[in-house]
Design a protein around this ligand. Structure first.
Ligand code: F6P
Length: 550
C-alpha cells in the first residue's frame, strides 16, 4: 500500500480494535498474567542469533500480540521492508534508497540500486579500509616525520561520531591497547583541545568523518586540527597527506579541504548518517579492533538483517519490539523509552540509539506530508546499570509515568578484566534481574505490612509494579553481538516508522537550527545587525556580547 492510498492510521479497523482491546484489558496486572500462565516466563521469549529476548514482562496477552501483528499487516510493514532490501527509494523526501543492509552483505550478494549491484563497491571500500588499518596497526603507515602512528582522532558529529565512538567503547576489550583513539564532535573548542593537548602530533592521525563534508562543526574542527598539526610539526601543507584521511561521499569537498582523495574512504547517499558506522565511517573502529573483528561485527549485523527479512511475524524480533513500543506509545500514552544496558562497555549505547531512533522517528507529518494525529517516536534515554539505579530509577519504580524499558545484560564479563574483578559480574547481574522483577511485580501493601512496617509508611514502601520491560540477554559482548544488537534496534525503528507511515530516513528537523546559527553568528562576532531577529534573541545576544567583553 503506498503512502497516498493509505487510510489514516487511527481510522483503520486494526487500530480501533487495539484501542478497544486496551480498554477491555484495563489495568491488567503482570502478577495476574503470570499466575494465569505458569509457562509465561519461557513461552514469551524469542531467540535471534546470540540474543535471548524475554518479553514476558509486558502488559500483553496473546490477543494483544495478534492485534498488533494485524496492525503491522494492515500497514504493510513487511512490504516496505522488502522494498528497502530491494534497494527501492523508500526515503521519498530525499529520493534515496535505504541500504545500510548492503554494507554488511556477504561478498557474493547482489543488491541493486538503479540497476547497479552495489555489493562489489561496498567490499572494495572494506578491502581498502582493511589494508589501511593493517598499515596503521603494524606501524607501516608513518607520519610526516617518519614516526609510527600511536594516536587516532576521529573528527565527526552525529552519525559520523556516535556510532564509532559507541562501538569503540563497547569493544574496548578487543582494541589494540597501544593505540590511543579519541573522538571529537563538539564545535566547542574544548573538545578538540582536550583530545589533542597531550598528544604528539607526529604520532597522530586525524580521520575526518563527514558524509556531506559540509557539516560546519566537523569542517571547523578539522581546520583547527590541521592548524594544530602544522604548527606542532612546524611543517607545510605537504604534511597533511600522512596525517589526514577522509570518510565521505563528497570527493570534491574532500580535495578542496586538502586531503588527497587517494586517502578518502567512500560511501554512498543510500547510507543514512545514523546508519553509517558499519560503512567507511567505522574506520577508526576498524583500526582499533582490526579488520577481522570488524568483519565479525558486520556478520552480526547481517545475521539480524536476514532474520528481519525472513522470519515470520510471530517470531520476528524487530517486529515484536517495534510493535510493543507502539502498544505503549499509542495505546498507553507512554512518552519515553528507557534503554538500560548492564555493561559499562555500553556506556555510549543509549546516546547512539537516541540519534538512531529520535532522528529517524521524530516526525509529525506522514509520508504523504499530512500531519499525523497519533504519537510517533518516543524520547529515548538511559545510562548503564547499576549507576542509574542510584539516580533516576526511583521515578520509574514509584513515579507517575509509564516508562517501558529494555534491560540488556551479558552472562559473562569481558574476558580481559582483572581476575579479581570477574566475580563482580554476578553482583551486577543480580541487580539486572532484581530490577526487572521489582518493576514487574512490585510489592503490595500487605507484603509491606507483613514486614512489620508502620502503617503510615506503608504507602511509601509500596511498589505498584506493572512496569513493562524487555530483557535482552547474551552470553558475552563480542563484536558480532554488538552488530546484532544495533541491527535489532535499526529494524525496530524501521517497523515503527512503517506503522506510523513516516519517512524514518530523512532529518529535515535539524536544518532550521543550522541556518539560524549561520545568521546569528555575525551578530556575536562583529555585532552585525541581524534583520528580523526576535526580541528575546536580540536581548540575549546583547547580554552575551557584554559578558564576552565586546
Ligand atoms: O544532524 C544532522 C546530520 O545530518 C546527521 O543526520 C548526520 O549524521 C550528521 O548531521 C553529520 O553529517 P555529516 O556526516 O554529513 O557531517
Amino acid at each position: 500500500m503506498n503512502a497516498e492510498s493509505r487510510a489514516r492510521l487511527n481510522q483503520t479497523p486494526e487500530w480501533t480494535a487495539l484501542a478497544r482491546h486496551r480498554e477491555k484489558l484495563g489495568e491488567v496486572q503482570l502478577r495476574e498474567l503470570f499466575a494465569a500462565d505458569p509457562t509465561r516466563g519461557t513461552a514469551y521469549t524469542l531467540q535471534v542469533g546470540d540474543l535471548h529476548i524475554d518479553y514476558s514482562k509486558h502488559l500483553v496477552t496473546e490477543e494483544t500480540l495478534t492485534l498488533l501483528r494485524e496492525l503491522a499487516a494492515a500497514t504493510d510493514v513487511f512490504g516496505l521492508r522488502d522494498a528497502m532490501f530491494r534497494g527501492e527509494k523508500i526515503n521519498t523526501t530525499e529520493d534515496r534508497a535505504v541500504l545500510h543492509t548492503a554494507l554488511r552483505a556477504p561478498r557474493d550478494a547482489v543488491i541493486e540500486v538503479d540497476g547497479e549491484n552495489v555489493v562489489p563497491a561496498v567490499h572494495a571500500v572494506l578491502d581498502k579500509m582493511s589494508a589501511f588499518s593493517q598499515k596503521v596497526r603494524s606501524g607501516e603507515w608513518t607520519g610526516h616525520t617518519g614516526k609510527r602512528i600511536k594516536n587516532v582522532v576521529n573528527i565527526g558529529i552525529g552519525g559520523s561520531d556516535l556510532g564509532p565512538a559507541m562501538a569503540y567503547e563497547a569493544l574496548r576489550a578487543f582494541t589494540d591497547r597501544d593505540l590511543t583513539v579519541r573522538f571529537v564532535s563538539n564545535v566547542d573548542g574544548a573538545d578538540l583541545h582536550e583530545a589533542v593537548r597531550d598528544l604528539d602530533a607526529a604520532e597522530t592521525l586525524f580521520i575526518i568523518a563527514s558524509k556531506t563534508f559540509t557539516t560546519i562543526e566537523t569542517i571547523t574542527n578539522a581546520t583547527s586540527a590541521r592548524d594544530w598539526l602544522l604548527t606542532e610539526l612546524k611543517a607545510g601543507q605537504d604534511a597533511v597527506a600522512k596525517h589526514f584521511v577522509a570518510l565521505s561521499t563528497n570527493a570534491e569537498k574532500v580535495s578542496e579541504f586538502g586531503i588527497d582523495t587517494a586517502n578518502m574512504f567512500e560511501f554512498w547517499d543510500w547510507v543514512g548518517g545514523r546508519y553509517s558506522y558499519d560503512s567507511a565511517i567505522g574506520l577508526s573502529l576498524m583500526i582499533a579492533i582490526g579488520p577481522g573483528r570488524f568483519r565479525e561485527m558486520l556478520d552480526g549485523f547481517h545475521l539480524v538483517d536476514e532474520h528481519f527479512r525472513t522470519a515470520p511475524a510471530e517470531s520476528n524480533v524487530p517486529l515484536l519490539l517495534g510493535l510493543l513500543g507502539i502498544w505503549y506509545g499509542n495505546f498507553h500514552d507512554a512518552q519515553s523509552h528507557a534503554v538500560l544496558p548492564y555493561s559499562h562497555y555500553l556506556s555510549k549505547f543509549t546516546a547512539y540509539l537516541q540519534q538512531l531512533d529520535m532522528e529517524s522517528n521524530g516526525k509529525y507529518v506522514d509520508r504523504a506530508g499530512q500531519e499525523v494525529d497519533w504519537q510517533t517516536g518516543p524520547v529515548v534515554w538511559g545510562t548503564p546499570g547499576t549507576n542509574g539505579q542510584h539516580a533516576y530509577y526511583q521515578l520509574i519504580h514509584q513515579g507517575t509515568k509509564l516508562i517501558p524499558a529494555d534491560f540488556i545484560g551479558f552472562a559473562r564479563p569481558v574476558a580481559d578484566l582483572l581476575p579479581g574483578l570477574i566475580a563482580q559480574h554476578d553482583l551486577l547481574m543480580a541487580n539486572f534481574f532484581a530490577q526487572t522483577q521489582a518493576l514487574a511485580f512490585g510489592k503490595t501493601p500487605d507484603e509491606v505490612r507483613a514486614e512489620g512496617v508502620a502503617e503510615e509508611l506503608v504507602p511509601h514502601k509500596t511498589f505498584k509494579g506493572n512496569h513493562p520491560t524487555t530483557t535482552i540477554l547474551a552470553k558475552e559482548l563480542t563484536p558480532s553481538v554488538l552488530g546484532q544488537l544495533i541491527a535489532l534496534y535499526e529494524h525496530k525503528v524501521f517497523v515503527q516508522g512503517a506503522v506510523w507511515n513516516i519517512d524514518s530516513f530523512d532529518q529535515w528537523g535539524v536544518e532550521l537550527g543550522k541556518v539560524l546559527a549561520k545568521r546569528v553568528e555575525p551578530a556575536l562576532t562583529e555585532g552585525a545587525e541581524v534583520p528580523d531577529l526576535d526580541g528575546s534573541t536580540t536581548a540575549l545576544v546583547a547580554k552575551y556580547r557584554d559578558l564576552r567583553g565586546r
